[in-house]
Design a protein around this ligand. Structure first.
Ligand SMILES: Cc1cc2nc3c(=O)[nH]c(=O)nc-3n(C[C@H](O)[C@H](O)[C@H](O)COP(=O)(O)OP(=O)(O)OC[C@H]3O[C@@H](n4cnc5c(N)ncnc54)[C@H](O)[C@@H]3O)c2cc1C
Length: 237
């Protein structure tokens, strides 16, 4: 873990509730795809956010923060960042945290599963796999409540088109009549598409109340627990 000071370079809305934040650390930082950082609000108040940017991009760190009125955890963090941005002061951040980073030594096919802003966690891995020209089959599932939350759909479709082994599957929980793809919970779409999850290495991020049921459903569908990664496992039973 590296404690650094960082300038808030930009804060821009991606949707009505999700903000993209760019931080410029005052020194080069080192992290792996899938790591998170902690924004230090106080001595005992640190807020975790996945690093959306890829590890080779050491000068600017990108975050996606889902800050709705009912999510004070994220809202307060965003307000803290806005204050630094307005005053041109530096935030304290701890970079390179987590144990659920991409295992680059493995050759197993990969399922990247994101619920909502869990997208940030798997986006870094997807970009890193593209950068290292990985030949592993990669299935990137992104589940959102409605279509307006698919803020990076075009970008991900381009990513999927960049290599034959990359697949992007958006899943809309409450879809409009025009929606052509999967609907419902994102992990149910994975189980519909794949007969067994035994061959896969699985990385997932989303709401805490999502991760427990997904882990159990995936194991019942053949997934091997040792090949499943989520930093949320540390926070749930
Ligand atoms: C280490 C760590 C890093 C974090 N990083 C970030 C971050 O970078 N940005 C951030 O905003 N927050 C982060 N959080 C907080 C938390 O992960 C997010 O609040 C959460 O991902 C937000 O989801 P959402 O509200 O966008 O999803 P929602 O919009 O509520 O849900 C999106 C989709 O998830 C699936 N889903 C939701 N609930 C369930 C369920 N009960 N069962 C099955 N599927 C379900 C569905 O497919 C749904 O459509 C982090 C937390 C930790 C511990």
């Amino acid at each position: 873990m590296q404690l650094v000071k960082a300038n808030v370079v930009s804060i821009a809305p991606l949707t009505e509730y999700v903000y993209k934040v760019e931080l410029k650390p005052s020194e080069p930082v080192s992290f792996e795809a899938g790591h998170y950082l902690q924004l230090v609000l106080g001595e005992k108040d640190k807020r975790a956010f996945s690093i959306a940017s890829r590890p080779s991009q050491t000068e600017l760190l990108e975050l996606h923060i889902g800050a709705s009125e009912e999510n004070s955890y994220a809202m307060q963090a965003l307000d803290h960042l806005k204050e630094h941005f307005a005053n041109n002061t530096q935030a304290d951040v701890e970079v390179g945290l987590g144990i659920s980073q991409l295992r680059t030594e493995s050759e197993l096919p990969v399922v990247l599963l994101a619920g909502g802003t869990g997208f940030s966690y798997v986006k870094s891995m997807a970009d890193h796999l593209a950068e290292i020209k990985s030949t592993r089959p990669v299935f990137f599932y992104w589940g959102v409540r409605d279509e307006s939350a698919l803020y990076a759909k075009d970008e991900m479709e381009k990513w999927a088109a960049s290599q034959a082994n990359f697949n992007f599957i958006p899943v809309v929980e409450h879809a409009s009549d025009n929606w052509q793809g999967h609907t419902g919970y994102v992990h149910k779409a994975v189980m519909k598409d794949m007969d067994s999850l035994a061959p896969y290495e699985i990385y997932m991020a989303g709401r805490f109340d999502m991760i427990g049921p997904v882990r159990d459903d995936f194991i019942a569908h053949g997934a091997i627990r040792e090949n499943m990664y989520a930093d949320a496992f540390a926070f749930i039973k």
